[in-house]
Design a protein around this ligand. Structure first.
Ligand code: NAD
Ligand code: IPM
Ligand code: MN
Length: 347
């Protein structure tokens, strides 16, 4: 029987609850369709940092490299560890080290979920550059605490990095409705975003069958709210993509529904699957986190591993559950009740 090794990093807060939920659903479909998922859990988190002074051990990346995929909950517990320390100690280094340059985030309304918009139907796939741009980590501070203190954080855009994410976007558009929205801000950012636009225009010649439009990020943010059904695939830089995908989550009914996949398209290292949301400290001990985003992320993992049938079963179960009104209203149903409903829909 085919066996996949999965590194589980539940992380902090609701990350723990939703990862447990996703794992139980994944185990069930694996059994149903005939493959094995061998999970190994790593306690890397803000608690681990408090105990050891690190978010993960020094050889953490090398430890993860041997797995077929990584399933992550959420990282961050700002009351104890500054976010700039926890995220730069675990989540962000994994995305970079494993060249997970394509962060894929689907946004659509599940049946039975009433989003905040009038639009009933939209199906957006946001593709976010995940290794460079505004998240490059290049910068520094001098004269700290003094009146003349300076903080510099430089966005870095490389030709190779921009080309590969745009190409990925064009390819995804080809698999869908052949419409690509390239997110820019070249009216204000006259170096990096003009560069982005130039590469978009150059690549467009290779994809004459894809209808590509460049939108300024502010206008695209408004379009996601006013006319989400006019969008198909969106491709954006790291920070623009981060912000737009929280809008995407909002229009699909909330962060509890937004799934994500950090993909290494060359498969030279493991890819990582995690919900868009964070550790939600405000609801962390209440048992009401919606596990659907994490379960959906698990389905994206199975798709990446080539287990299409199992992925489809998960999506059908999620849709049956929300259609029946379970998990559709944030905060109303318990995490366990939603998970059990998904498990019941599978059997
Ligand atoms: P958040 O996504 O954790 O929460 C934002 C709001 O959405 C909160 O009101 C929360 O209760 C709600 N929410 C989120 N997920 C939910 C779910 N599954 N079900 C129901 N409600 C849900 O964002 P934040 O408050 O800005 O960040 C909290 C911490 O998480 C910070 O430390 C932040 O850095 C971290 N964070 C981590 C990740 C990640 O690991 N991928 C992503 C985002 C934020
Ligand atoms: C996300 C998160 C992360 C990001 C944070 C926690 C660093 O918001 O995955 O959307 O900005 O990439
Ligand atoms: Mn985000």
């Amino acid at each position: 029987m085919k066996t996949y090794s999965i590194a589980l990093i539940p992380g902090d807060g609701i990350g723990r609850d939703v990862t447990a939920a996703a794992w139980s659903v994944l185990q069930t479909v694996a059994q149903m369709t005939g493959f094995t998922l061998e999970g190994k859990e790593f306690p890397w988190s803000c608690r681990f940092y408090s105990d050891t002074g690190r978010m993960m051990p020094e050889d953490g990346i090398e430890t993860l490299r041997g797995f077929d995929a990584i399933l992550l909950g959420a990282v961050g517990w700002p009351a104890e560890v500054p976010d700039s320390v926890s995220l730069h100690g675990l989540l962000l280094p994994i995305r970079k080290a494993f060249v997970q340059y394509a962060n894929i985030r689907p946004h659509r309304l599940l049946p039975g979920v009433e989003g905040p918009l009038k639009a009933e139907k939209f199906d957006i796939l946001c593709i976010r550059e995940n290794t460079e741009g505004e998240y490059s980590g290049a910068g520094g501070r001098v004269h700290q605490g003094m009146d003349n203190e300076v903080a510099v954080e430089t966005a870095i855009f490389t030709r190779a990095g921009v080309e590969r994410i745009l190409r990925f976007g064009f390819e995804q558009a080809r698999l869908r409705r052949r419409k690509l929205a390239s997110v820019t801000k070249s009216n204000a950012q006259k170096f990096s975003m003009v560069f982005w636009d130039e590469i978009t225009d150059k690549l467009a010649a290779d994809y004459p069958d894809v209808d590509v439009t460049s939108y300024h990020v502010d206008a695209l943010a408004a379009r996601m709210v006013m006319a989400p059904d006019s969008l198909d695939v969106i491709v954006a830089s790291n920070l623009f993509g981060d912000i737009l995908t929280d809008i995407g989550a909002a229009i699909q009914g909330g962060l509890g529904f937004a799934a994500s996949a950090n993909i290494n398209p060359d498969r030279s290292a493991p890819s990582m699957f995690e919900p868009v949301h964070g550790s939600a400290p405000d609801i962390a001990h209440l048992g009401i986190a919606n596990p659907i985003a994490a379960v959906w992320s698990g389905a994206l993992m199975l798709e990446h591993l080539g287990e299409r049938e199992a992925a489809t079963l998960i999506m059908q179960a999620i849709q049956a559950v929300t259609k029946g009104g379970v998990g559709t209203i944030p905060g109303r149903d318990k995490t366990d009740a939603i998970t059990n409903a998904i498990l019941a829909a599978l059997s």
